[in-house]
Write a new protein. Structure first.
Length: 624
């Protein structure tokens, strides 16, 4: 019998055994290398990540600096606000959580999802992504009661800006709102959800008032709940600011502007400090600080009276007769006018085929410079404007601070327009005409100024010709920006004319006369459009609001070493004396007599009716 079983034939091939051993060795080496890579090469990094899963850090928001008025009254403070954040690392289902938040808050899911998508790239997994920046008390209670069942939701407490007087100082203080992408790129210290100044003092003094954030470290469990907490860095509050504004005077000015569109500026003639800076209509700064809705923004944006406009520095107007002191100063400076030279005013003057009329139909008779200023004779200044010419009037006006920004610490200030022949050729493609000189001489035509420029100029007539920088912060030092190029005698003549305009029986500012106070004044009526013959026949109240002249009054007042310049501008107020004069009188009474005279309700009702008619006509025009 043959041997069927050969033991040597059943032995595995030696090459296969070696291959198996090499495979096992390779896997062992691979695991060893991977273990070395994780435990040694990147061990420190992964240890730190493991620790971060247990220990987290969070910024502590710093309160903005308080803002007070010159007497210490609080204007802007901070109060606690509650925001809802989402920590993605702890959240198991983002969409389901967002749906639940929408049910609790009444927000739309799509809006919350859009916020989430927009903010996600800038927020780390373990940091709270703010969904709702300001929860109501009802929302806060509802969410807090159910939050444990929804991992990832976190309530944050942060300071929220509160403006105690809403509309009263909106154009001075401005407002804060959430920082945008551009602002975060400019300031690396900012993060999503930080609030920064957007307008007014809040914007201009942002670095002083923002402060610095603190930092806390806390332990969390597997569900993201906080266990232990310690402060790594304490937050630093922003610096407190005291404004030069007098709160009670600001209230008075805004009360007189109630239902009007206009501006009031009150400047200390020796320091440049502004005691009041009022603009109407206004808006509520708190609406922006708490988050402005689309409907609220649309209402502000579409209002034909433009409540967001700071009329003291951003609106430019024809100055009317308040500009006559500038023209008179130009004539004196360039030696082209003898102040004692008289001009006969018959009520009009003719230039070519055009007739330029004086406001007084019968004329003023023979007047010299001082009397022409006191009685605001247009014919005198028509003739002087023709004699002086545009070049000298423009040069002197610019030396008086017109046609340039004042440098006040508020954003978006306008410089106004002081025209020249070159300017007109560039703007309209035609040269300067003889009639342009006449219009410029009475503050009409192409000349446009801001109320702040006017109050600075009239302050210079009190302080020896110094053009002072308008100041809003109480501790700022006085800054002299320029000097009116007139002698003391010439300045005295212009100031004396102001005082006579109040005291003289023929003066146009008699209504602001105040016992015991040396008051000077100048009215101005700035034409908005050239009235047709039909409109000229109408009574003041019958002229459509948008065609009515603007009313100016600029005044100076001094007593016991205290000197102030006051300017009031009422859009479509018709006449300087009646439209703006009562405001200036109320300011003088407050400053020197400690008397508060409120605006009569009958005047408010009359202005309200005119404004409602204007809004209605503008909306109809847009609809058509």
């Amino acid at each position: 019998m043959s041997n069927l079983y050969n033991q040597s034939d059943q032995q595995p091939p030696r090459s296969g055994l070696i291959l198996l051993q090499a495979l096992i060795l390779g896997l062992f080496c691979l695991f060893s290398i991977r273990l070395w890579y994780l435990q040694i090469h990147r061990g420190e990094e992964y240890a730190l990540k493991a620790k971060e899963n247990q220990l987290r850090q969070e910024a502590v928001f710093s309160p903005r600096g308080l803002i007070r008025d010159r007497n210490g009254d609080l204007l802007a403070v901070n109060e606690p606000a509650y925001a809802l954040g989402l920590v993605r690392e702890d959240c198991h289902d983002i969409d389901k959580t967002l749906h639940q938040v929408a049910m609790w808050t009444g927000e739309k899911f799509d809006d919350l999802k859009a916020i989430y998508v927009k903010k996600r790239p800038r927020v780390k997994q373990f940091e709270p992504l703010i969904l709702i920046p300001d929860l109501s008390f009802h929302q806060l209670a509802l969410i807090d009661a159910n939050r444990l069942r929804w991992p990832g939701l976190e309530i944050q407490v942060r300071p929220r800006r509160q403006y105690r007087y809403g509309k009263l100082l909106a154009h001075v203080l401005g407002y804060v709102a959430e920082a945008n992408e551009e602002e975060m790129e400019k300031r690396p210290e900012l993060a999503l959800g930080d609030y920064v100044g957007k307008q007014g003092i809040e914007l201009m003094l942002e670095d002083r008032m923002r402060g610095a954030k603190g930092l806390t470290q806390f332990e969390v469990d597997v569900n993201g709940r906080r266990l232990k907490e310690r402060v790594l860095k304490h937050p630093r509050a922003g610096h407190e600011i005291s404004l030069s504004i007098d709160l009670e005077l600001q209230k008075l000015a805004m009360d007189w502007l109630d239902e009007e569109a206009g501006a009031v500026a009150v400047m200390d003639a020796d320091t440049g400090q502004l005691w009041a800076l009022a603009t109407a209509p206004s808006y509520n700064s708190n609406d922006f600080a708490s988050g402005l809705s689309s409907a609220q923004w649309a209402t502000l944006r579409d209002d034909p009276l433009h409540p967001m406009q700071n009329r003291v520095i951003q609106s430019i107007y024809p100055p009317g007769s308040v500009f006559k002191h500038v023209v008179a100063g130009a004539g004196l400076h360039f030696g082209e006018i003898d102040p004692e030279e008289t001009v006969h005013c018959s009520g009009s003057v003719k230039l070519g085929r055009h007739v330029f009329r004086c406001w007084k139909k019968g004329g003023h008779g023979h007047v010299n410079m001082e009397r022409a200023l006191v009685e605001s004779c247009d014919v005198y200044f028509y003739k002087m404007g023709k004699k002086i010419g545009v070049d000298h009037m423009s040069e002197f006006a610019k030396a008086c601070g017109f046609g340039q920004k004042t440098g006040i610490r508020l954003p978006h200030e306008k410089s106004g327009i002081i025209p020249t022949d070159k300017w007109k050729r560039k703007r309209f493609g035609e040269g300067w005409q003889g009639g342009d000189n006449l219009n410029m001489a009475i503050g009409q035509g192409y000349t446009l100024v801001t109320p702040l420029q006017v109050v600075r100029f009239f302050s210079s007539l009190l302080n020896g010709g110094k053009l002072l920088k308008p100041l809003l912060v109480k501790d700022e030092k006085t800054v002299v920006q320029g000097q009116i190029p007139l002698t003391n005698t010439q300045l005295g003549l212009l100031h004396r004319a102001l005082v006579r305009t109040v005291d003289d029986v023929h003066g146009t500012c008699r209504r602001i006369r105040t016992k015991g106070v040396v008051v000077g004044g100048k009215t101005g009526t700035a034409q908005v459009v050239r009235l047709t013959d039909d409109l000229k026949e109408l009574k003041d109240d019958e002229i459509p609001y948008k065609f009515r002249d603007h009313a100016w009054m600029a005044a100076t007042a001094e007593k016991d070493g205290r000197r102030f310049a006051i300017v009031a501008l009422v859009e479509h107020g018709l006449h300087g004396g009646s439209g703006a004069g009562p405001i200036v009188k109320a300011v003088i009474d407050y400053l020197f007599l400690n008397k508060v005279r409120k605006k009569p309700e009958a005047m408010k009702a009359k202005a309200r009716a005119a404004r409602l008619l204007t809004r209605s006509s503008v909306r109809k025009a847009h609809a058509n």
